[in-house]
Design a binder for this molecule. Structure first.
Ligand SMILES: [Zn+2]
Length: 393
């Protein structure tokens, strides 16, 4: 007889895949009731800092009916988007406290906090533990790519960074280059979102980071690896989880900028350094980079603690403002962002402009007909060159 089925969403499938592939080690499967309580209370798992229990509590009437009638050692198939994608050999089913669960992940139950509402929406009343098996795991492939590259290049100092690229600008470039000086190999994890991707699409972000890596960094020393940014990374424990994942990918170091997403929340809690000290047991060193700005006296990117000119000479790299410029269709100044990168983003944001731009191009460049192979990316790039031409003065 066929196994009974548990319905889970893509985000759960991916998180279970991370677990099965050892990227959330020391946890390698979803936890049972006693274990969960222990982890949530002590913030440790097998003696190592761990932010919260990893459990599987899928929502839905049908799921609840199956979980409450489970036979001992019953095997359930996982079904996601209509397809069987793995299974679980059940050990235990237990009731969960949703408020406690949400608070363990996000440090709050406030529905306005990003991710909270969504997590409540996805949580069922019962959790199941047991051995999991997920088919076709992408993480497995990426873990193998990283480990074979480390072996091939004999890299002993492997550093890593989490890159969102919203949008990818000059300070990101500087952070990567600065870190690259001190390591043999740099793994750039590019965060792949679930649910709404309304800020800037993953594909566009990936393209921009890849463009920079391919053209401006030494090939063998940088790897770009997609990392599924599931709900577990959403809360105030982002730094701990990123450190755990990077460590399990084989990295010795995690580099973060000062305006790293997980930092603000941790600051409120006390001093940032103490958190970094506290997670030393994970076995990866955390390198916090200083803040970079553009100084109009130095005429270059400077670290704020290495320039004497004061705030009024500095221009900040405020990512969401730079992104807003792009969304308004304005090319950010080249000191913010490489023209090729703004061009990639603009042509992705405004695909409907292609024909208009081709016409403009035709008039400005005195060509007589519209070009078949015209693309808006090249147009924005040459426009940027024109902005920077000042031969009239
Ligand atoms: Zn300066």
């Amino acid at each position: 007889m066929a196994n009974r089925q548990l319905y889970i969403d893509k985000e759960a499938v991916v998180t279970l895949g991370l677990l099965q592939d050892g990227l959330l080690y020391p946890a390698t499967s979803v936890m049972g009731e006693a274990e969960s309580k222990e982890v949530n209370k002590t913030k440790k798992y097998n003696g190592i800092t761990y932010p919260f229990a990893l459990i599987l509590a899928p929502k839905g009437k049908r799921n609840e009916q199956i979980l409450t009638t489970l036979k001992p050692n019953e095997i359930l198939d996982f079904v996601c988007e209509g397809e069987i994608c793995g299974n679980i050999a059940s050990k235990e089913v237990f009731k969960i406290d949703k408020d406690e669960r949400v608070e363990a992940i996000y440090g709050t139950n406030n529905l306005d906090y990003p991710g909270v509402k969504d997590t409540y929406r996805r949580l069922g009343n019962y959790a199941i533990s047991g051995e999991i098996n997920i088919n076709n795991r992408e993480t497995k492939k990426y873990k193998e790519i990283v480990s074979s590259h480390i072996k091939k290049t004999k890299a002993s100092r492997v550093s890593s960074m989490m890159v969102a690229g919203k949008p990818f600008h000059r300070v990101h470039e500087r952070l990567i280059r600065t870190a690259l000086v001190k390591c043999d190999l740099m793994i750039l994890f590019i965060l792949k979102p679930y649910g709404d991707d309304d800020v800037l699409s993953y594909d566009t972000r990936y393209k921009t980071v890849k463009y920079f890596c391919d053209n401006y960094l030494p090939k063998d020393r940088v790897l770009l690896i997609p990392l599924d940014n599931t709900y577990i990374f959403g809360g105030f424990n982002t730094l701990i989880l990123n450190a755990i994942v990077a460590k399990n990918f084989g990295c010795n170091e995690l580099v973060i900028g000062q305006n790293y997403a997980g930092l603000g929340a941790i600051y409120c809690d006390g001093s940032f350094t103490s958190v970094v000290d506290n997670i030393q047991d994970i076995g990866i060193s955390i390198d916090i980079m200083s803040e970079f700005v553009y100084c109009d006296k130095c005429s270059t990117l400077v670290s704020t603690n290495a320039c004497p000119h004061g705030r009024h000479h500095h221009i900040n790299y405020h990512s969401s403002s730079i992104l807003k410029l792009l969304k308004m269709g304005i090319i950010p100044p080249a000191l913010f962002m490489r023209k090729e990168i703004s061009s990639i983003i603009l042509s992705d944001l405004f695909p409907q402009r292609l024909e208009e731009l081709n016409k403009i191009h035709q008039h400005l460049s005195s060509r007589s007909e519209l070009l078949d192979d015209f693309n808006s990316k090249d147009f924005y790039e040459s426009l940027m060159d024109l902005y920077q031409t000042s031969s009239l003065t």
